[in-house]
Structures are given as structure tokens and as C-alpha cells.
Write a protein of this length. Sequence first.
Length: 456
Amino acid sequence: MSTAVARKRSPSVVFPPSGLGPATTVEVSTPSEIQQVLSDAKRYPSPVRPVGSGSSTTRCVTANGGTQLDLSAMNRVLKIDRDKVTVQPGISLTELADILSDEGLELVGGFDLANRTVGGAVSAAGLEASMAGDVGQFASHVVRLKVLSPNGKKFVVSEKTKSLLALMRLSYGLLGVIYEITLRVRPIQGFAVQTAKVSFKDFGKLGSKLLGATAGVKLYLLPFRDRIYLELRRPAAEADPGRKFAWRFKDWAVYSALPEAARSIGKAVPIRQIRYPLIDSLSEVAQSLVNNALVRSGSNSVEQSGRYRLLGSKSRFTYTTWAFPAADFPSTTLAYKLFCKEYYARTGFRCDMPTVGFRLNRDRSALLSPSFDSPMFTLSPLSTQVEGWDDFVLDFADFAAKHRGVPFFNQTRNATPEVVAQHFGTRLAFFDKVRRELDPTDRLVNQFFQSYLPQA
Ligand SMILES: Cc1cc2nc3c(=O)[nH]c(=O)nc-3n(C[C@H](O)[C@H](O)[C@H](O)COP(=O)(O)OP(=O)(O)OC[C@H]3O[C@@H](n4cnc5c(N)ncnc54)[C@H](O)[C@@H]3O)c2cc1C
């Protein structure tokens, strides 16, 4: 077991200031080392917060004055079966996708950041362009978890104990530390990619079609150009599983080259009336050339194993995510366009990158699922600019609250406890009841979660 002060972090995001850091950071490589940490509160002070790749954009992982438990060294694949894989929590989705693809298998789900860890993806809410029949959360593919409770006792939850599994999925390291994960996998399947470009008003007319679409839906919204670029994925048995290079290039263009260009233009062109139209034009070119022309087919396997790998991402951008009920989403997008324009006119700040959206299928496999009650669409404004961002995020949180937005504990900045209570109320109360039984001394609870959990 090694104790250190620095740890690896995803390079592509601007983190919120963490304030007081952890008193100690421990890199563990076996379950018994995790056990030692959990059961020795003198040497390893509370709160103990497990960390995968640390790519969450809230303070869900911070352990102010406590112990940061770095699981990234627990990164082995333990067993591969025909339809299941068993891994340690610190392996990244990319590494796992690579290993599975050698066996002709893939993870279920089409998401962006694949260098997050399996432990993090199972413990925290995610976004993905799920196709019909697939559920909305990566965590729903978990069939068994081995866990160390807050006081260091081992327990196992599996599909035989469905309600316990629903509690453990998306439990944010509050019910224990997950040290082994068995996931459902499937043979590599091709999908066809269809793209389209519409105005916000025409997007509104698509509303009910998108709601019931069998396709996975990903959106890039440019409010100041009145444009929404749609990327639709449909399962296609005959589809070419796609070219790795094309997907890598797309990632690089959208998440690395574009933010880098936006930052450079931001520095070189101080007059915002010239700067932003230039950046918007660049975004449109990126969407038209890369998304619409280059990538016509793919597979989860090709997409996941290519992400952020060879081309990497040195650019820094930040984002916040809210999920909105799918039934109201056409009117929410129109209101969002007006919100962005009004905010810019009032403050001079606007996001310099396209807002990204996903349709999340309804998912009841986890108690704290953000799409527990209905299918949802997410909106994630992205920006490379730090100045003005914090105020924008506050106002966007107000906007989201007015439009029945549901926050993600790991990806939403400035959600108020009232909004959290409104959406997760009874479910969060039940979750916390179980949590208090497992963790009566709040060994795993940091200030961030204290502010959201119901008061005893
Ligand atoms: C550029 C960028 C793009 C992104 N794109 C996407 C995307 O497309 N889709 C998406 O869903 N998310 C995306 N995210 C968000 C992020 O990847 C998710 O929040 C992810 O779930 C975090 O994984 P992680 O390994 O970094 O977990 P961490 O941030 O390290 O941890 C997340 C939570 O899980 C807990 N945890 C971690 N490991 C364990 C464990 N073994 N046992 C118990 N608890 C544990 C932590 O305590 C914390 O509460 C993106 C982030 C960035 C920066």
C-alpha cells in the first residue's frame, strides 16, 4: 500500500477548487489494504472517499481533512465469460473495451469519456446515447458486486438480491467500497449513424418522434446559430463496425482540437462580437465535416477502445449537466436558447463550445437513477473560459430548477439541496436509512454529500 500526495486525474477538465485537501491519499492494490484503511480511523481519518479516475466535476470525491482512497492500481481483468466479465474497479473502460474486443465482445452503451474507471462508472450516474431496449445507465449492466462495508466487512450483492443491487448501483461510495465487479457484455454489434441539422423550432416539431425513437440520440446545440446537430444511432446487423481512426479523429476534433482552437481564438481576438461568431463557424465546420461526413457506422467496441487514447486531449474545458423530462424537452430547448441569448446580452458571457445532449432511456435499475421516473434528455453546456463560468453555472441551475431539471451528484454544479430533495426525496430518504445502518459513524460521508443527505 503506498501513501502519496498526488494522484492521476483526467487531464481534460477544469476542476472546481477543492479547498482543504485530503490529510492523506492512499493507493491500494488489494481488498485487504482497503479493509485496513476502513478499519483504522486513527491512521486514515474520515471521510474516506474512494476515487477511480477522478473525472467527476463535483466534489463527490473530495475528502477534506480525510483519506482519499485511490483505486486506480486495482485494474486487472479477473475473468471473461461468453456474456460476462469480472474486473477490479480501477480498470478504465478503454482498457477493458480493448481486452474484450480481442475476444469479439463489447461493453453495452455509447458514451464519451472512456478513460473513466469501471468502479466510477458503476458508482456514479452517466450519460450515454442508449438505443431502444438498452437502459440508460452503464451501472445497469452490473450483475454482481463485491463490496467492503464502511467498517471493513466483506459482502456480495448480485441479481439474486435485486433490491440491494439497485441500492449499490450509483451509490457514490457511500455504502461501501466496491472491489470486484461483474458486468454483462455482448458480442460486438454494428450500428448505423445518421446525422441531421435542424433549427431549434424544427427540433421542437420532432419532439414526440425523438421521444419514442428506437435510435440512440446525441445532440450538439449551437443556440447562437439556431442550430441543433443530431447524431442518431440504430442497431444494424449488417453495419460495418466502423473505423477506429474515424472515431478517434472525431473525438480529437470535437473534444481536443475545437476547445484548443476556441481558447486560442479567445486569447487572440479580444472583441467578443468577432470572437464568438468565429468560434461558432468553427464548431459548425467541425460538426459538418467530422460528425456528418466521416462517421457513418460504428460499434461500441470501436468507439470505446479509441477514445482519448492516441490523440489524447490536452485541452481544458469544463461543463455541468442537468437532465430534463423528455416529454417537455422541445419547449425546454427553446427556453434554453432564449436563456443563453438573454444571459449573454445581460452579462457578456456565453459558452464557447456547443452544448451536448443525450437521450437517457428510463432506468429503474438503480435507486438513485436520474431517469428513474421517465426518459430524460440531458443538457451539458461546455466552456473553455473560466472567467464568468461560475456565475453562468449558478443561473443555469436556476433555469434547470424551473424546467424540472434533475441533477447528477457527480456532474452537476450548484444543485441546491431543495432541488435534490424534490427529485430524489423518498428514494434518497430510503437510501440514507440503509446508509446510516451500514455507516453509523459517517465514515464515508464528506461535506458535499452531507449537504444533500436528509438530516437525521
Ligand atoms: C471530458 C469529460 C467527458 C465526460 N464524458 C462523460 C460521458 O460521456 N458520460 C458519462 O457518463 N460521464 C462522462 N463524464 C463524467 C465522468 O466520467 C463520470 O462522472 C464517471 O462516472 C466518473 O468515473 P471516474 O472513474 O472518474 O470516477 P470518480 O470521479 O473517481 O468517482 C465517481 C464517484 O464514484 C465513487 N467511486 C469511484 N470508485 C468507486 C469504488 N470502487 N467503490 C465505491 N465508490 C467508488 C467516488 O467516490 C465518486 O463518488 C465526463 C467527464 C469528463 C471530464
